[in-house]
Design a binder for this molecule. Sequence first.
Ligand code: GCO
Length: 440
Amino acid sequence: MINLSFLQDFPKDFNFGVATSSYQIEGTMYGNCGKSIWDDFAERKLNGIDGKLACNHIEYFKEDIKLIKDAGFKAYRFSFAWPRLFPDNNKDVNLKGVDFYKQLLEEINNCDLEAFPTIYHWDLPIRFQKIKGWEDQETCKHFGELSFFISKTFGDQFEKISTINEPWCVSWLSHYLGEHAPGIKNIQSAAKTMHNILFAHSQSVEALRSCNDHQIGIVLNNQFGQPINNNEENIQATKLFDEIHNRWFSDAIFKGKYPELALSILEKYLPENYKTQLELISSPIDWIGLNYYTRSLIKYKKSDDGVNYECNSGTLKKTDMGWEFYPEGLSYFIKRINKEYDNNIPIYITENGMANNDKLSLGNSIQDHDRIEFFNVHLKEVLNCVNEKLPVKGYFAWSLLDNYEWAFGYSKRFGLVFTDFQNFKRIPKNSYYEFQKYLK
Ligand code: GCO
């Protein structure tokens, strides 16, 4: 039987936690939350399937924190909803929103969990759409102000904080592939946001440093690219994929530059002063978060805009998202950050997990063996890295609860805990109990 018994072999101070994000769990109809680009996108593209109710975490947060504690986890990664704090404009704060995050943080700390807040996990207030959201650096300036506000208002409740979750998703996935809000498909918008979201990070770091003594990080999602075969054109295509998906962000953060191949395509769309801004973007951070899910097989495919590749999947075991199990990629990226970018920076695996077609069986149990296997093979890679003395300091399972999985609505279940979306009942799955067995 595949199990997680080797969790006991991790060092005592290794931080195990779970992760969530605001729009995916809170429920925007509660507590005077304002509208975000996801409400608009859901209305236009997803038949109105949105985060209005989600998991109603706003009312159930105490129960949710208790679930985290009872499993033996030591940390909780969540995000602040910008439209909950500032629903109508950039000045008038929603006291109900402030009160919610105060209570949440208090509950987290009372349960002896470490809070790992993220400032931005994709729910940009809708008002920014007027200036094309992240395409305009005005938005980045306001993001700096939001960061300052968060640090000032809640900063005594946590040590570590991350600025942005997955800049690749905010930019490429949302402005080139059009799969996430605001659903734009245009290389110029994509290039601009690829840069601006990093500029926003720099504004946030500056604001946070001026306010408090936090340990600041950013969360990158890395995906492993493998050429579909050894043809030279596929090898080159893979290099471009890797630069757009991964290196664009890590090169900027750690080296203050953009990788050559990707830059040769995107530079013409960047602001004139982008090099000066890269100096700010690369100002030191204190830790790095890595989200990891899968690999892609890359094949050359000619495109007029120069983005000459397509992504395919292979024949390995797949999750309900159709994503292949490829645990080797996780240790690959841990080593890459350590060896090629910064050999001291603490690394946190801030997301890793799988969607599974979970069903309630008799007696209300959920036998998610595949998920236990997914955690088993990925956590073994992490443990090997720890044993090799790489500075991996923590691991967050994605996710605590089945929740709103973006463009897939409620159809993809990533939780350790099953959510009944009719009545908000939470039912721990076997994977939850498997963690509990060895963490408690
Ligand atoms: C991400 C986001 C999560 C997703 C998860 C599964 O990494 O894409 O942080 O919000 O739900 O990754 O797709």
